[in-house]
Write a protein that binds this ligand. Structure first.
Ligand code: GLU
Length: 431
């Protein structure tokens, strides 16, 4: 006989001592629950991913040996539409991480009101250890393994950490071969020649900039002359750096996986991009005044700080040292709940990941719509629509935060979880 308690006990994989990023997400849900009114009776739905697929991805290495990698696709919630979210290739990928990332996609997609649920995928692999041929075989086999649950109306992958247009092209091709027909809308972030969208590559960084501009107005910070420190110089941090520099801000520090380059007068971002393209990292950039060890990055004073790398970077250890006015979360999950509280007490305005970095999936949505209609928009049209959506989302979140006296993160969760649970409630339970 099952007791009521057993019925509500979490499955064992959700219940270990250290829940990792998924534990962070659960704490965020606990903070929003008191604000959900009658919808809170559905909140358990947000604490359990709808579907988790773990796959073995074997490939033949160039030397003839066989290597196995562990891959995942998690569909967290599909109440508002098909699953949507990226695929990451990284040596530290875990199920807990992919679960959290899929849940943040649910919140993010609802926050900007694109008609998607949340999903995410990943493979635990360091892609730098693979040749191009091995990477292609890995991508194709992974796509084949998850082809059971993805599709243009089911779940639509996209790029994330260490995946790009080429990886999306291989995913689309593999899916087309398996299905026997070509449906470009099965992935987004594709090359333009394959139904990709103009502006998609820059979209996440652009969204970070647009929400940053709105936050700066609220916080009384002038972008022109503002000091900006950025962790990560990839698709998100690199684009945000260019946009802030073009708007007259001084990008005083950029950190990548090798170290930090600093220039108090503002780094020359165009030259830094060139240096990274040639040398593979920011280290050795001749335009820098100083090079710092990784951890010293958190001591650099700024008006705007942009973590745009991986999760759990701003913690209770370094948060007390941070001197800035606004944090724009370009990365997913960069701030732990303890650090969130420390910084909020210090009056730092945090624009949360689920809002600040939603520009990428917003243009993914435009790409998917363009693929379905086979009618492609101009870059100006895309950027104008993206800017409007990001501004409107920021201002809606701002109003909720003022009204309920909560942080922008909790306000974003209130807006988004309300949308998800309203859809859940009106759909009702099947059967
Ligand atoms: N990987 C990106 C994110 O974390 C984009 C996902 C998408 O475009 O579907 O938001």
């Amino acid at each position: 006989m099952t007791t009521a308690h057993q019925q509500h006990a979490l499955p064992s994989y959700l219940n270990p001592d250290d829940l990792g990023p998924w534990g962070v997400y659960l704490q965020q849900i606990d903070r929003v629950t008191p604000h959900l009114g009658n919808l809170s009776r559905w909140v358990e739905t947000l604490k359990r991913p709808k579907r988790i697929l773990t796959v073995d991805v074997p490939i033949e290495r160039d030397d003839g040996s066989i290597a196995h990698y562990e891959g995942y696709r998690v569909q967290h919630n599909m109440s508002r539409g098909p699953g949507k979210g990226g695929v990451r290739f990284h040596q530290d990928v875990t199920l807990s991480e992919v679960m959290a990332l899929s849940a943040w996609m649910t919140v993010k997609n609802a926050a900007v009101n694109v008609p998607y649920g949340g999903a995410k995928g990943g493979i635990r692999v360091d892609p730098k250890t693979l040749s191009r041929g091995e990477l292609q075989r890995l991508t194709r086999r992974y796509t084949s393994e998850i082809s059971l649950i993805i599709g243009p109306n089911k779940d639509i992958p996209a790029p994330d950490v260490n995946t790009n247009e080429q990886v999306m092209a291989w995913m689309m091709d593999s899916y087309a071969m398996i299905e026997g027909n070509l449906s470009t809308g099965v992935v987004t972030g594709k090359p333009i020649s394959l139904g990709g969208s103009l502006g998609r590559r820059e979209a996440t960084g652009r969204g970070v900039f647009v929400t940053g501009r709105e936050a700066a107005i609220k916080r009384g910070v002038e972008i022109h002359g503002a000091r900006v420190a950025i962790q990560g110089f990839g698709n998100v941090g690199g684009v945000a750096a260019t946009m802030f520099a073009d708007a007259g801000a001084k990008v005083v520090a950029v950190q990548d996986h090798t170290g930090t380059v600093v220039h108090q007068g503002g780094l020359d971002i165009a030259r830094l991009h060139q240096h990274v393209a040639e040398c593979g990292s920011v280290t050795g950039f001749p335009g820098a005044e100083a090079f710092l060890e990784r951890d010293a990055f958190w001591d650099i004073e700024s008006e705007i700080l942009i973590p745009a790398a991986l999760e759990q970077q701003i913690t209770a250890d370094n948060a007390p040292r941070i001197r800035t006015k606004i944090i724009l979360e370009g990365a997913n999950g960069p701030t732990t709940p303890e650090a969130d509280d420390i910084l909020t007490d210090k009056d730092v305005l945090i624009v949360p990941d689920v809002l600040a970095n939603a520009g990428g999936v917003t243009v993914s949505y435009f790409e998917w719509v363009q693929d379905f209609s086979s009618f492609f928009w101009s870059e100006d049209e895309i950027n104008a629509r993206l800017t409007r959506i990001m501004q409107d989302a920021f201002n809606a979140v701002w109003s909720v935060s003022q009204e309920k006296k909560v942080t922008l993160r909790t306000a974003t969760f209130i807006l988004a979880c309300t949308r998800v649970l309203q859809a859940r409630e009106v759909r009702g339970l099947y059967p």
